[in-house]
Design a protein around this ligand. Structure first.
Ligand SMILES: *Cc1c(COP(=O)(O)O)cnc(C)c1O
Length: 354
């Protein structure tokens, strides 16, 4: 083998959900929001000055940082922004997980955690969720180099309580604990009130799901100013201009319309509750979701075959061919009419050989 080939970084990359090109498909596979972003975002988009694109954006992302600080009642020094929460999380792994001790995250969780750990050569262990797919606090009492988990968890949708997070923090004063709140707007209790008490807590959020802006790539972290400074030091050592001008302006605009935001969340959570009922009627076992998706298995069907069958009907959901969850499908909550098409297809599955 050529010498240079030995020096190539070998990683097994994260596999994102498909973004199909065909029209008229029902896309319930990547937890996008089925409703458009706030009207204020569309207005801000129209007001954008193309002449401004000549200049570099503000490297400190002041407009967005200040808007988020005001929105959450925090200081600007407590906010770090990035190109989607994937960027923020990758920076956080780089910044905070530099111990010889393993970082801990659940065996069934957002699969990107394992990829970043591998890429950045961070040792890690993955304590198993219990039989009901719930986190066990005791698993995180052992010595570690950091803790990260989503709340609600993905792809299960199951949330933990604030007391549970407090317990994990009480047992982990010597490592950074990251709570990935990608889905918190759809249910569950935010860890934000704990920021006052725990200087090693980092809470990460995204615009991709609840704010209907996956295409804009905006994510952020909240934590004590020392954590945020450390994140910024790493960011400036890597790429000073992570956020483009458009993202900064549209991200700030989205925060100005709380009524619209609450309305969208209300519609999605109402659809989720109806969907959980319908799926149960169809014989699915559905985990208790606090997110904008349902994770469900049917005792009569093979998960992989059901996924392919739905795909053949133009309905894309997410299937993970991995231990413990290969019977399950993760179905994003779409508009009611999209969900009706899903139920119809699932009714039809009874006549197929799945
Ligand atoms: C979707 C998701 C992310 C990434 O979101 P982006 O902001 O679009 O990068 C991070 N964590 C979890 C658990 C997610 O489901």
């Amino acid at each position: 083998m050529k010498e240079w080939k030995n020096n190539i970084r070998k990683v097994e990359p994260y596999v994102p959900g498909e973004q199909p090109k065909e029209q008229n498909i029902i896309k319930l596979n990547t937890n996008e929001n089925p409703y458009p972003p706030a009207p204020a975002v569309c207005e801000a988009l129209k007001r954008l000055d193309p002449g401004r694109l000549r200049l570099y954006p503000d490297p400190a992302c002041g407009l967005l940082v200040n808007s988020l600080a005001a929105y959450h009642g925090l200081e600007p020094g407590q906010i770090f922004v990035g190109v989607g929460s994937d960027d923020v999380l990758a920076m956080a792994f780089m910044t905070f997980f530099n111990s010889e001790k393993p970082v801990l995250f659940p065996d069934i969780t957002y699969s990107f955690y394992r990829v970043w750990a591998d890429l950045l050569r961070i040792p890690f262990e993955t304590p198993a969720l219990d039989e009901d797919f719930r986190l066990r606090a005791e698993d995180y009492y052992r010595e570690n180099g950091g803790v990260v988990f989503p709340n609600p968890n993905a792809p299960t949708g199951i949330a933990v309580t604030l007391d549970f997070i407090r317990d994990i923090l009480d047992h982990n004063q010597d490592a950074v604990v990251i709570v990935d709140e990608a889905y918190i707007d759809f249910g569950g209790e935010t860890a934000l009130p704990l920021l006052k008490e725990y200087e090693n807590l980092l809470v990460v959020r995204t615009y991709s799901k609840s704010r209907s802006m996956a295409g804009m790539r905006i994510g952020y972290a909240m934590g004590n100013p020392e954590l945020i400074r450390a994140l910024n030091d790493v960011k400036y050592s890597y790429n000073s201009y992570t956020m483009d001008q458009t993202a900064l302006e549209l991200g700030a605009a989205s925060l100005a319309e709380e009524d619209y935001f609450c309305q969208v969340i209300g519609k999605i959570t109402a659809t989720r509750e109806r969907a959980a009922k319908r799926l149960a009627e169809l014989g699915f076992q559905c985990l208790d979701s606090s997110a904008n998706f349902l994770f469900a298995a049917h005792p009569g069907y093979d998960g992989g075959k059901l996924f392919q069958y739905l795909r053949s009907k133009g309905i894309y959901v997410r299937y993970f061919d991995s231990p413990r969850i290969f019977e399950y499908l993760r179905m994003t909550i779409g508009r009611d009419e999209e969900m009706e098409r899903l139920y119809q297809a699932l009714e039809g599955a009874a006549y197929e050989n799945l």
